[in-house]
Design a protein around this ligand. Sequence first.
Ligand SMILES: Nc1nc2c(ncn2[C@@H]2O[C@H](COP(=O)(O)OP(=O)(O)OP(=O)(O)O)[C@@H](O)[C@H]2O)c(=O)[nH]1
Ligand SMILES: [Mg+2]
Length: 296
Amino acid sequence: MAFLGKLFSALSHTRSSISDALEMLTSHKISPEILEEFENCLIGADLGIQTVDEILGIIHKNNQSDFYTHVEDYLVSILPDSPGVQGGSDSLSVIMVVGVNGTGKTTTVAKLANYYLGQGKKVLLVGCDTYRAAGVEQLAIWANRLDIRLVCNEKSQEPSAVLYDGMAAGKALGSEIIIVDTAGRLHTNKNLMQELAKMERVVKNKFSHYDLSSLITIDANLGQNSFIQAKEFSDHIKLDGAVLTKMDGTAKGGIIFSLYRGLGIPVKFIGIGEDLSDFLSFKREDYVKSLFGRNK
Ligand SMILES: Nc1nc2c(ncn2[C@@H]2O[C@H](COP(=O)(O)OP(=O)(O)OP(=O)(O)O)[C@@H](O)[C@H]2O)c(=O)[nH]1
Ligand SMILES: [Mg+2]
């Protein structure tokens, strides 16, 4: 319940828009004006046009008293079932965290490390944000706090070379999970996108006994803009999932639905604050229930 409680409070803004919209529908006589207002509320929560249209279809087909249940079941049905994270219990994994500047990559790397340490894994961090000294320093502070090793090279400007060193160190140390922080980059910058593809190749060509997953951090506040970012990233590297960050301060939590439907990118984790423990593994039923205020 503590878990749902955290999710429940993090989703309070998104829940207000969706629940208020449904509340309005169930407590009024349905008119074209009420329907339009309802539609606008859902669009405001960033559910995406297709999902909003389908919800309207459900509203037209069902009794007012059943709206909640039907819409809730429908929203659960369009999300992937507990996508989990790649790799079985004894597999070796590399997780590369990518995304636009300031979306929460470094914080997510630390949260992921904490999550896997909690599962008893041997975790190594690799700092490939070679463009700013502060980028590596920030990661070093987290590595210290978590008491885990960090591979970085403040003299190198070449993220792929640092990644290579990190992978080699991880192999030598017997690390089970290697988590790679990358520099923030604009999705429109082709060279920087190609650099990520090169990093992907380092793992695939030289360290193929490690499963590679790339996760994109998406700032939930950016709403539909983040959809465009994710699309550009996925045109250059294989994205295995998204970490939706800063869910604690947004009303746009509906982006989960458009991300999955539009790009096939499942949300794997949710960031709900700045601390290590403000991090939840994504479960579709819990998410939708929290959106609807059914776990108070
Ligand atoms: N409220 C909240 N803040 C977050 C969350 N995740 C990250 N932040 C904050 O967002 C800011 C940016 O986070 P970083 O982890 O440095 O982001 P980044 O993507 O590594 O940034 P660059 O390396 O500069 O591209 C920091 O102040 C974090 O504390 C979250 O889930 N909720
Ligand atoms: Mg960073």
